[in-house]
Design a protein around this ligand. Structure first.
Ligand SMILES: [Zn+2]
Length: 252
């Protein structure tokens, strides 16, 4: 399948380097599929919808998933599915601009955000995003054994959720069978891409930021090691959500 890498948000945190919301747009036989959805137009028009975290991330105006889909030459009405690594605002907010699309998430993440909300997580999940009536397929369980001790849940042909909890209780990476190999979108399972790509320089501020927003800190090292193992697989391209250095200049 043809996979396009799109910038669906830009943020300028006061304490770190500028970061992006890196999403994938997949030309799937069932329609266009977005992997993560970055920021949405309603959020940028009224940033209060994002809650206090907007001060930490400072989203910039004018860059959203729907704008990126249009700029890439596609009709937003053709987006049939949105596969979400997790439900933080900078990953799900853009999905609201594709009201016809079915959302896919792990059942654990959907529960954490909607029915089993803990006080510590209350501000990260926004009713502006989750309080409507999206069509949601929440995928339960661990799925089938996969590479490097991980497991994979098939969501659509050629697209899986790989549970990778830590950043949130139900976080998952998403894999897509691309034309030139497997693309693994790690979401927020890693912030500093040098954790999995040793050719990059370490970015201490991204590492520190990751630790301030992680829900299950003990999972960080485990996830980084799994992503490094995947990155070393010759048929795999690993990207993450926010490190601009992971954004390729050509499609895959
Ligand atoms: Zn994020």
């Amino acid at each position: 399948m043809r996979v396009h890498h799109l910038v669906a948000g830009r943020m300028a945190p006061p304490l770190g380097p500028p970061i992006i919301c890196h999403v994938l747009l997949v030309e799937h036989p069932d329609g266009l599929v977005l992997v993560d959805s970055g920021l949405g137009r309603a959020d940028l028009a009224d940033p209060k919808r994002l809650g206090p975290a907007r001060h930490l991330l400072r989203p910039k105006a004018g860059v959203t998933a729907i704008d990126a889909v249009e700029a890439a030459g596609f009709d937003p009405a053709d987006v049939a599915h949105v596969v979400l690594t997790h439900l933080d605002f900078d990953h799900v907010g853009g999905a609201l601009d594709f009201p016809q699309a079915t959302w896919h998430t792990t059942a654990a993440e959907w529960a954490a955000a909607t029915s089993d909300i803990k006080a510590i997580e209350k501000s990260r999940y926004r009713s502006a995003h989750l309080g409507g009536s999206p069509v949601v397929q929440s995928h339960a369980g661990e799925g089938d054994p996969w590479r490097h001790g991980l497991s994979a849940i098939q969501v659509l042909d050629g697209i899986t959720l790989v549970p990778m909890i830590g950043h949130t209780r139900g976080h998952a990476a998403v894999t897509v069978e691309g034309e030139s190999g497997l693309v693994v979108h790690a979401g927020d399972a890693v912030f500093d891409a040098s954790h999995y790509d040793p050719s990059l320089a370490k970015v201490g501020i991204l590492r520190a930021f990751e630790k301030t927003v992680v829900r299950l800190p003990k999972r960080l090292k485990i996830n980084h090691a799994a992503l490094a193992a995947l990155h070393a697989d010759p048929d795999v391209t690993v990207v993450n959500a926010h490190d601009e250095r992971a954004f390729p200049t050509t499609g895959g």
